[in-house]
Design a protein around this ligand. Structure first.
Ligand SMILES: Nc1ncnc2c1ncn2[C@@H]1O[C@H](COP(=O)(O)OP(=O)(O)O)[C@@H](O)[C@H]1O
Ligand SMILES: [Mg+2]
Length: 511
């Protein structure tokens, strides 16, 4: 393998280095270098791989403030008197990451001044980062290198994933790319199921797209139903956390008895309410609370005689199920839906009834909020449960959020890979820095300058944090996800059309 490709500079001696933690190099003007790029230098341990953390311009003529000021005051220009341009240098600063000999090691020695610096070789870089060139999920290409960023499925979803950025940073776009990759996998490479909690109806495009239509099912939040005969005490607990243990016990007993009594025949909340009303063993104050809770549940409109969607529709290998909750406006109802669905899905996975899956949760901070009472966070429990225990069963979460600070720290801390797009808020940046393992200050600094479509990937999926330029999506964008400008233009066109239709109608009327 040719490890040392094109030279881009030479290691120099400075007050601070070269050291094991950093070195500077003077950049060869003909070969531009970019911040974040991987470079290599030979050291006596092997080939040292480093990341360019900064680029600085230097010119000795302008180093002394007092002399620059004197010249400028005298009305003369330094550049007229001295060959200043010949003394301008670009200095790259690099942070060593590892030494590549027969194995990867931590660098124990600095490179020597005078050593040539090269751009890291593409093949070596892919193996160094731990990319999966053959079967990996193709997210885009490595910033500043001609290397496809193909993430290994197991490493990415063995645990959980968080996708974080400001609103408009490109999270949903990137998630669509990720879903395309999951849907396009061949059965022999391992296909998993994708379930999307779609808060804005942004993923409906998959169902309209010729390429993905057959691999996509959309379930509207309005059609979502919780089958009453399947209600267990855990689920009831999840949905009405304020119930006391006596109330839960009584409710479960009644539902158990009804299952026996109805033997396969269906029953709904009304039958349960009637049964409770008639049951003399339940104390009247318990009864009142139970009835009030049942009415509360019934008013959601979520309860029916059977589950919809059923589990076999919900999770299929190589298939996407979009749960469109955009038409369910109440947050509490949305949380109820996620709480129920998450628990059922996880249970079905533990029982081996559904394939390994990824549950994508858009606006995850609304479903697993930090520091909110149980009653205001009905789905937090199940998300945290999958976050803690899902790994053993190949039940993964992909939490998508523009409010990482408001996202359950229990859930976020279990996300072993983070994909971070543009983040500008210093509090969010600080929070991300603390919750993403392996993020050094120099990498964190680049996040706020990321452009839309550029992502930082850090964690289990990669051996070292990488910057990726997200590839173009292949799936159709949902009509509902269009940007403001497009929506305004479409409205204006529609409005012009409506006016001319109205005018035509008037003309017709006059004839
Ligand atoms: N990689 C990309 N390439 C091209 N356009 C992108 C890319 N990522 C995002 N966009 C565009 O930027 C806008 C915001 O992206 P979106 O994914 O909706 O952001 P978020 O979900 O973070 O709010 C959309 O119009 C989208 O099409
Ligand atoms: Mg979005």
């Amino acid at each position: 393998m040719c490890i040392l490709a094109n030279q881009i500079g030479t290691v120099i001696s400075t007050d601070e280095g070269p050291s094991v933690t950093g070195f500077s190099f003077v950049i060869d003007e003909a070969n531009p270098v970019r911040r974040g790029q991987f470079v290599t230098v030979e050291s006596h341990e092997g080939v040292l791989i480093a990341r360019v953390s900064d680029i600085v311009k230097s010119n000795r003529y302008y180093q002394r403030a007092e002399s620059v000021r004197e010249y400028e005051r005298s009305g003369k220009k330094m550049s007229d008197l001295f060959p200043v341009s010949r003394w301008e240098f670009l200095i790259g600063e690099a942070k060593p990451l590892a030494v590549f000999s027969s194995v990867l090691q931590r660098p124990a020695f600095p490179p020597s001044p005078g050593t040539p610096v090269h751009v890291a070789d593409d093949k070596m870089l892919a193996s160094f980062i731990g990319l999966d060139a053959k079967k990996g999920l193709h997210m885009g290409n490595l910033g500043n290198h001609d290397v496809d960023a193909r993430l290994n499925l197991t490493k990415l979803f063995q645990k959980h994933l968080a996708i974080l950025s400001i609103s408009g940073g490109g999270k949903s776009y990137l998630t669509s790319v990720l879903i395309e990759e999951l849907l396009e996998r061949k059965p022999e490479d391992g296909q998993i199921a994708a379930v999307m909690i779609d808060t804005h109806g942004e993923y409906m495009g998959f169902a309209e797209d010729e390429k993905y239509r057959n691999k996509t099912t959309v379930v509207s939040g309005r059609d979502f139903k919780i089958g009453v005969p399947d209600l267990s005490v855990h689920l009831i607990e999840e949905l009405i956390p304020e119930m006391t243990s006596v109330q839960k016990r009584e409710l479960e007993r009644v539902i158990d008895e009804m299952r026996e009594e109805f033997k396969g025949k269906v029953f709904g909340l009304t039958e349960v309410a009637n049964k409770i009303a008639a049951d003399e063993r339940i104390k009247s104050n318990t009864k009142d609370v139970l009835m009030a809770n049942l009415y509360k549940l019934r008013n959601t409109g979520f309860f029916g005689v059977a589950d919809n969607p059923s589990m076999d529709v919900l999770a299929k290998p190589g298939h996407l199920t979009v749960i469109d909750v955009s038409d369910t406006t109440s947050l509490q109802k949305r949380q109820m839906l996620v709480a129920y669905l998450g628990r059922k899905l996880f249970q079905a996975r533990m029982d081996g009834r559904v394939p390994p899956f990824v549950l994508f949760v858009e606006e995850a901070h609304n479903f697993a909020p930090e520091g909110v009472s149980k009653e205001g966070a009905l789905s937090r429990n199940v998300i945290e449960k999958i976050a803690r225990e899902g790994r053993k069963f190949h039940a993964s979460l992909c939490l998508i959020s523009q409010r990482p600070i408001q996202l359950s720290t229990t859930a976020l801390s279990q996300c072993n890979t983070h994909i971070i797009l543009r983040v500008t808020n210093p509090y969010d940046l600080d929070h991300i820095g603390k919750s993403s393992e392996g993020l050094t200050r120099d990498v964190l600094d680049i996040i706020s300058s990321l452009r839309v479509g550029e992502a930082l990937i850090v964690g289990e999926a990669v051996n070292y944090p990488i910057f990726v330029r997200v590839r173009e999506r292949r799936s159709k964008k949902s009509e509902r996800g269009v940007p403001l400008e497009e929506a305004a233009v479409a409205y204006a066109k529609g409005s012009a059309q409506r006016k001319s239709d109205a005018a035509a109608l008037m003309d017709d009327g006059e004839q």
